[in-house]
Design a binder for this molecule. Structure first.
Ligand code: SF4
Ligand code: SF4
Length: 96
């Protein structure tokens, strides 16, 4: 079998300007997602600070929402939220 080198791999995305990756969906390959329970949220903003993908937005009312376009399902928000407002669930089991 012929060996494949990096030169044989087609170019996927090109990010040629700072912040240019914002145009690409980075949340498509996640296997789980954070399910948010607003009743447990105290609007502290910790999840917003810790999300490595800036996928958590703070709404006008102070509660938060996850932007599925960018969320990679890493679970950091669920780990850092000290009130347990996020629960990570496998895709397809979010409603259970
Ligand atoms: S860390 Fe938890 S309590 Fe704080 S804003 Fe995020 S979801 Fe709400
Ligand atoms: S699971 Fe990870 S990427 Fe998604 S909102 Fe939480 S911290 Fe951000």
């Amino acid at each position: 079998m012929a060996e494949i080198t990096v030169k044989d791999v087609k170019t996927g995305f090109i990010v040629d300007t700072p912040g240019g990756a914002k145009a690409y969906r980075t949340g498509d390959w996640r296997s789980q997602r954070p399910v948010y329970d607003q009743d447990r949220c105290v609007k502290c903003g910790v999840c917003y600070l810790f999300c490595p993908d800036s996928a958590i937005k703070i709404k006008e009312d102070g509660y938060v929402e996850v932007d599925e376009f960018y969320c990679k399902g890493c679970g950091i928000c669920a780990k850092e939220c000290w009130t347990g407002a996020f629960e990570m669930k496998p895709l397809g089991e979010e409603k259970k």
